[in-house]
Design a protein around this ligand. Structure first.
Ligand code: PLP
Length: 396
């Protein structure tokens, strides 16, 4: 029996009338309640003024924080709204006082921008970046991770829950248990996992969880959030560049950080997008994230099973647990050209080149990948369309 009413969910999604959308790891299609929340607030701003609209929408804004908190199994005071996942990640990273010789322990699958930021910190501050090796089946080797936490005493452990470049799902809760046992700061990039599967920040044991609204959560572009632990707030962590929302200037030479996660926010907000983010979280909560995960994963594994029908296709996903992002290479074909050909046929996918994930793509011996990411509102006819089009372009 179908847990989700896919017909109703598709009726709620204007985009499915126009495209076969298999780019949910890029940006998903917003459902009507998200669009209504955004448009409603923009209309209010146009009618009564931006500052006045924000005041009038205060109860709805409070609900948006509560809905995001519920999505993550936390409380609203631990949620900071941000402009996107990287903004959330960077403000979290900046709150850890790193100095020369400190170790940041991460994995070979962490997001490209995060890796660049670690390297920038290594260059500027002299911190050392250590990447835990992979297990033979793919994904970080948990024993090696534990050994490195024990031996290298990292100041920070940072793990991307679901990478942008493969279907892997990392066991972030297992790493969290190690960090809690040794009292190490733990930052999880949940950009691809939020909205794709249940998230429980308590169970993960992370201090920071950064995410974006536009991907599997189906919120708007240009919005994201950061969730912080009580340890972060009680421990006095605050971003390197707080502004007048994150802190009060209380005396000539003194400021005081906000008591809650607001200390990680900045003053100016696209409140329409915050409301859209809240609507997306409420929508996902109402569907149930187990059902969402099960259907998205079933479609993805169906797709992985069918892709070998296409000539020269190699599915690249590896790991004990795989999610809804399917990556593949096609002998003799450049992924970006496949994306363009598919788009001409009304099918949305995306592509990457080597520099989006040098460690992973070099190890797999490919120059990049075609990324195909179904979500629960996709159906078998979408997969048929994709496989048929790839067969036409590449050969069967
Ligand atoms: C795993 C992961 N982390 C972070 C990001 C960055 O998100 P944003 O573009 O919202 O900053 C992405 C975007 O693709 C991602 O896939």
């Amino acid at each position: 029996m179908e847990a989700l009413n896919v017909t109703a969910l598709r009726a709620d999604t204007p985009g499915v009338a126009h495209r076969v959308h298999l780019n949910n790891a890029g940006a998903s299609l917003m459902p009507s309640p998200v669009l209504d929340a955004i448009r409603g607030h923009l209309d209010l701003e146009a009618r009564i003024g931006g500052y006045e609209a924000a005041e009038e929408a205060a109860p709805a804004i409070a609900n948006a924080y509560a809905d995001v908190a519920r999505l993550l199994n936390t409380t609203p005071d631990r949620v900071a709204m941000t402009e996107h996942a990287t903004a959330a990640f960077v403000t979290a990273l900046s709150s850890i006082r790193l100095s020369a010789g400190d170790v940041i322990l991460t994995t070979r699958h962490d997001y490209v921008s995060n890796q660049i930021q670690y390297l920038s910190l290594a260059d500027r501050l002299g911190v050392e970046i250590v990447r835990a090796p992979d297990a033979p089946e793919g994904g970080v080797d948990l024993l090696a991770m534990e050994e490195l936490i024990h031996r290298r005493r990292p100041r920070l452990v940072a793990v991307t829950h679901i990478p942008t470049n493969s279907g892997l799902v990392q066991d972030v809760a297992a790493v969290g248990a190690m960090c809690r046992a040794r009292d190490v700061w733990y930052l999880v990039d949940g950009c691809q996992s939020v909205g794709q599967m249940p998230i429980d920040v308590e169970n993960i044991g992370c201090d920071f969880f950064s995410a974006t609204a536009r991907k599997f959560l189906r919120g708007p572009r240009g919005a994201g959030f950061l969730c912080v632990s009580d340890r972060v707030l009680d421990g006095g962590l605050e971003p390197l560049f707080p502004d007048m929302r994150g802190a009060d200037w209380i005396d000539d030479d003194l400021y005081q950080p906000a008591p809650d996660a607001r200390r990680f926010e900045t003053w100016e907000f696209a409140w329409a997008l915050v409301l859209g983010t809240g609507a997306a979280a409420a929508y996902a909560n109402a569907l149930g994230l187990e059902a969402v995960r099960d259907r998205a994963r079933a479609l993805a594994s169906n797709l992985r099973a069918r892709l070998p029908e296409v000539r020269g296709c190699r599915v690249l996903d590896r790991g004990a647990e795989l999610g809804a992002l399917v990556t593949a290479s096609f002998e003799g074909h450049v992924p970006a050209e496949l994306v363009a050909e598919l788009r001409r046929r009304g099918i949305n996918t995306s592509s990457q080149t080597r520099i989006d994930a040098v460690l992973d793509y070099d190890q797999k011996g490919v120059d990049g990948a075609l990324r195909m990411s179904p979500h629960y509102f996709n159906d078998d006819s979408d997969l048929d369309a994709l496989i048929g089009a790839l067969g036409e372009i590449v050969g069967s």
